[in-house]
Design a protein around this ligand. Structure first.
Ligand code: ADP
Ligand code: MG
Length: 257
């Protein structure tokens, strides 16, 4: 993976606190186009908060995040930094797809209905075009034959693959995954990781929070280990997973042996 050129995501000194709790204590991370970055780290280390900051769901207190060269949540005007109004934030958020542990599909819509909902309802794209794209995406995630099913008729793994197709239907520049397989029965984890592996092979830029070490090893271009609100180690999968330099990384990985 080459890392020349402008990063798609660039985080510098990102800080975020909730009341007295300092959750992010200066996070620096670059993600280049086409790169897959896996974030590992213990529960409570700030992984979800960081993804939420990248996706404008939380406003950072200090530092900066840019996505495709644009500041997230702020703008520079007249030499000063201003908070962006919510309306503008919502618009930039559409360029980023996010997949959570809990898929939250619309229960009253079919699979196809779920996938086309935002492009048609929010972006006002022509329905026929979106349906065509949605069918291609459902084919991509292996669910072409489920287009007319309802979420309750699907397994958890199938529902999560619909959630991935739904996010992709917005044609995001970047996909964020927050423990997408953590809520699944073990036998369903593989199909979701397989879909994510296919997306990575297609060149999609992805940031993935997961505890699936084998996925990190096989798919990630870079693995970062987060602990206590900072990135304490970053490198290739071989560097971080096989030869971790930091004792906290070593202690964390020892749990998976
Ligand atoms: P991780 O995803 O690594 O498990 P999180 O980013 O979810 O960690 O949480 C980091 C810390 O921030 C935790 O202590 C959590 O309780 C706290 N936290 C997260 N979101 C909020 C919030 N909205 N209000 C208060 N505390 C929060
Ligand atoms: Mg989390």
């Amino acid at each position: 993976m080459t890392t020349v050129g402008q990063p798609l995501v660039s985080a510098r000194g990102v800080r975020k606190q909730f009341g007295p709790l300092q959750v992010l204590k200066g996070v620096d991370l670059d993600v280049h186009p086409g790169e897959v970055v896996v974030i590992l780290g213990p529960s409570g280390s700030g992984k979800s908060t960081f993804l939420r900051c990248v996706n404008h769901l939380e406003r950072i207190d200090a530092g900066s995040i840019t996505v495709d060269g644009e500041l997230v949540g702020y703008e520079q005007r007249g030499g000063r930094i201003h908070r962006l109004p919510e309306r503008r934030i919502a618009r930039t958020r559409r360029q980023i797809g996010m997949v959570f542990q809990h898929f939250n599909l619309f229960p009253h819509l079919t699979v196809l209905g779920n996938v086309i909902e935002a492009p048609v309802g929010v972006l006002r794209e022509p329905k026929a075009e979106v349906v065509e794209r949605a069918r291609a995406l459902l084919d991509k995630v292996g669910l072409a034959d489920k287009a007319d099913s309802y979420p309750r008729q699907l397994s958890g793994g199938q529902q999560q693959r619909v959630a991935i197709a739904r996010a992709l239907a917005m044609r995001p520049k970047l996909m964020l995954f927050d423990e997408p397989t953590s809520a699944l029965d073990p036998e369903l984890v593989g199909e979701v990781l397989g879909t994510m592996r296919d997306l990575a092979a297609d060149g999609l830029t992805m940031v993935v929070v997961t505890h699936e070490i084998s996925f990190a090893r096989e798919v990630a271009d870079r693995v970062v280990f987060m602990d206590g609100g900072t990135i304490v180690e970053s490198g290739t999968p071989a560097e971080v997973l096989d030869r971790p330099a930091n004792p906290r990384t070593r202690a964390f990985l020892a749990r998976f042996l």
